[in-house]
Design a protein around this ligand. Structure first.
Ligand code: GLP
Length: 282
C-alpha cells in the first residue's frame, strides 16, 4: 500500500517499426499469480481510497479470483476509519454480464461479484453495478448501462483480464476502438474458455453478453491489465509487442496513455526480453 504508485514506473522505449511495447504501457513482471494478486489488490485499494476518484471498472474471471481474495485481506488489514470510508464511497461498474442469467444465478457475474466482493467486503450492493442479464430488452439495457456509467463520470481505474483470443471484457475480435457498450455474440473459443462455470459444456454458456465497449474502456483514466499463466503467454506477446489491430482487441490498449500491465513470470515467457525494462520498481 505504501510507496510510489506503479504509474510512476519509468516509461519503456517508445514503439518502433519492429513492434516494441507502446510508450503508454508500463509492464510489471512478478514471480507468480499470488504476487500479482497482492499488487493488483493494493493498486485497486489505493485507487478506491483516493479522494474523489471516478468509479472503478471491475472484471471477473479466474485471473481475478485471487485478486478479490487479496483485496478482502488487505481491506480487513486497514484501519477501521479507512475501511469505513472505502465502504461508504464505493462505486464500481463491471465490464460485462451474460444475457439470460439472473443476478441470483450462481453462474452470473453478478453472483460472482456478490460472493467475492460485496459480501466479504460488506459493500452496499447498489454501489456495485453490473448490466442486468435478465433485462427484457438487452440492447436497451446496454444503453441504460452506458448512460449510467456516463452519469457517474466514466471509469477511473479499469481492471482488465485477457481472453485467449485477445478479447477484453467481452469485446470479441474483430472489434474497433470506437465500439460502445452493447450486446455481443460470444465466440466458440470464449464459450469454451468459460465452460468451467457451466459444467464444462460450452453449449451451456450463454451465446450473448452485454459488455462495456473499447470506447468506454479506452476512455478510462488508467488501465490495469492482469495476465497470469503460461496459456496466455502468446496472446500477451501479440497484444503488447505486435502492431495494434482490431483482430486482437487487447492490442488496442497500446493506445492508452496510462496502462499498467501486471503479469506473472509464466505469462511473460514469450515477450521479447530485449524490450523489457531492466527493473520495474513496485
Ligand atoms: C472472460 C471475461 C473477461 C475476463 C477474461 C479472462 O470471458 N469476460 O472479463 O477477464 O475472459 O478470463 P479468465 O481470467 O478466466 O482467463
Amino acid at each position: 500500500m505504501d510507496g510510489e504508485p506503479p504509474w510512476k514506473i519509468p516509461p519503456l522505449a517508445p514503439a518502433d517499426s519492429s513492434g516494441s511495447i507502446a510508450a503508454g504501457v508500463r509492464l510489471l513482471v512478478l514471480p507468480d499469480a499470488a504476487a500479482v494478486a497482492e499488487q493488483v489488490a493494493a493498486t485497486l485499494l489505493r485507487e478506491a481510497l483516493r479522494p474523489q476518484h471516478r468509479p472503478l471498472g471491475l472484471a471477473t474471471g479466474r485471473t481475478m479470483e485471487p485478486v478479490y481474495a487479496a483485496l478482502n485481506r488487505q481491506l480487513h488489514a486497514l484501519e477501521t476509519a479507512a475501511a469505513e470510508r472505502l465502504r461508504r464511497s464505493w462505486c464500481s461498474f463491471n465490464l460485462d454480464e451474460y444475457v439470460g442469467l439472473a443476478p441470483t444465478d450462481p453462474r452470473s457475474f453478478a453472483a460472482e461479484m456478490a460472493a467475492r466482493l460485496v459480501d466479504p467486503l460488506d459493500l452496499e450492493p447498489a454501489a456495485v453495478h453490473l448490466p442486468d442479464g435478465l433485462a427484457a430488452d438487452p440492447e436497451a439495457e446496454a444503453a441504460r448501462y452506458r448512460q449510467a456509467l456516463e452519469a457517474a463520470g466514466g471509469i477511473g481505474l479499469q481492471l482488465l483480464g485477457l481472453g485467449l483470443n485477445g478479447h477484453v471484457g467481452f469485446n470479441e475480435p474483430p472489434c474497433s476502438a470506437e465500439a460502445p457498450c452493447r450486446v455481443v455474440m460470444l465466440s466458440p473459443s470464449t464459450r469454451e474458455q468459460n465452460a468451467g462455470t457451466f459444467g464444462g459444456d460450452p453449449e451451456a454458456v450463454p451465446d450473448r453478453a452485454i459488455t462495456l465497449g473499447l470506447r468506454e474502456i479506452l476512455a478510462a483514466e488508467s488501465l490495469l491489465l492482469v495476465v497470469t499463466g503460461a496459456a496466455k503467454a502468446d496472446v500477451l506477446r501479440r497484444a503488447l509487442q505486435e502492431p495494434a489491430t482490431p483482430e486482437l482487441p487487447a492490442s488496442l490498449l497500446q493506445r492508452h496513455p496510462r496502462a499498467l500491465v501486471v503479469v506473472d513470470a509464466a505469462a511473460a515467457t514469450a515477450l521479447d526480453p530485449c524490450r523489457l525494462p531492466a527493473a520495474a520498481p513496485q
